[in-house]
Design a protein around this ligand. Structure first.
Ligand code: PMP
Length: 355
């Protein structure tokens, strides 16, 4: 830390992204990326947009809004596009949370929430999950604080039903509830329609997972026009061109190929079932994942040991050091071939472990 670094960031521990090693070719199952390429139309339109990089991107994202409304049914005043969904989450922290409006979220959830809270000097409380990693909805009923919930949750993969989300939102009318639906396309139920009923609800989603665009950085929030206006104030006060023109074009291309997205999600769900069935036979305990990852532990091998042994065999998964989940690994669902390679490696490791 230099002597110039602001005091306000002295205690900031930044988010640690999943590793991206380049020393060899890995099967990457550690950052919940899609194993499939982006829709061909997304690539085509991004390449076309690259021809005009001398121009600023459209800060209003008008063409993207047009096709988004056709596909999702939400109009421009109900939607804000951002640089990945990380950015809309940060905008929500910046716009609606402060010392008088503190935040709560589960103690096991997306690791960026405490970082955003720290970054913006916002007091936060982490509410423990139940022992089976489910969220106890009663803990959030009428809590009177702003709430961030990933649904499905990460890295547990478990989803809350929409009726529970609605109870939380309805019981906290004077607070913001942010439902982070980064993984909703793999089996969750979106709360987006509820944004028309509750003006304290923000639903965030991303093109990173189901639409194979993690590298393009495109996310969005859906909320009542008042909330969108407030977050636009934050956007125009930080980076009006937060969505670059190639990404915007790729997003338009992706939304013109929703069949492709649906088919890929379906394949991921099938591969998840295939892999979980095989892992269960090998003795793994897993949560009921509604996402593109599997959260698994084995009674005979420590989480960090399995992580390291898989890494030695060229397979990257995500291990977290938090003691509550240190026995687990989060494994992204890839292609059938990748899952087969994973299963072979695991079988090999377990056998070695038994010797
Ligand atoms: N929410 C959750 C729960 C996530 O796991 C991620 C991915 N790391 C994000 C949001 C952010 O994804 P992105 O910025 O790529 O949209």
């Amino acid at each position: 830390m230099s002597r110039f670094f602001s005091n306000k960031y002295q205690n900031l521990t930044p988010y640690t992204p999943g590793e991206q090693p380049k020393d060899m070719q890995y099967i990457k199952l550690n950052t919940n990326e899609s194993p499939f390429p982006p829709a061909p139309r997304a690539v085509e339109l991004a390449a076309e947009a690259a021809q005009k990089l001398q121009l600023y991107s459209d800060p209003e994202c008008r063409d993207l809004h047009k096709i988004f409304e056709d596909v999702f049914g939400f109009s421009k005043d109900e939607v804000l596009f951002t640089n990945g969904s990380d950015e809309i989450l940060n905008f929500a922290f910046m716009a609606f949370c402060d010392k008088e409006h503190p935040v709560v979220f589960p103690n096991i959830t997306y690791g960026f929430y405490p970082v955003f809270a720290e970054l913006n000097g916002i007091p936060y409380e982490e509410i423990p999950l139940c022992e089976d990693f489910t969220i106890n909805v009663e803990n959030y009923i009428g809590i009177g604080k702003n709430i961030f919930i990933a649904n499905p949750n990460a890295p547990t993969g478990i989803a809350l039903p929409l009726s529970d989300i609605e109870r939380i939102v309805a019981s906290n009318p004077d607070n913001i509830v942010v439902i982070d639906e980064a993984y909703v396309d793999f089996g969750g139920e979106s709360a987006a329609p509820l944004t028309r009923k509750y003006n304290n609800l923000i639903v965030t989603q991303t093109f990173s997972k189901s639409r194979s665009m993690a590298g393009a950085r495109l996310g969005f929030g859906i909320a009542s026009p008042d909330l969108i206006r407030d977050m636009n104030t934050v956007k125009y006060s930080t980076n009006p061109y937060n969505v670059n023109s190639m990404t915007m074009a790729a997003g338009i291309g992706a939304l013109s190929c929703e069949d492709y997205t649906r088919k890929n999600c379906q394949t991921v769900v099938e591969n998840r079932t295939f892999c979980m069935d095989a892992m269960q036979k090998m003795g793994f305990e897993m949560t009921d994942s509604k996402t593109n990852f599997i959260f698994a532990k084995h009674p005979k091998i420590d989480g960090d040991v399995l992580y390291t042994k898989l890494r030695e065999r060229g397979i990257l998964v995500r291990h977290f050091t938090n003691p509550l989940i240190a026995q687990y690994n989060r494994i992204t669902v890839g292609t059938r071939d990748e899952m087969q390679a994973l299963l072979c490696a695991i079988a090999d490791i377990l056998e070695e472990n038994n010797r």
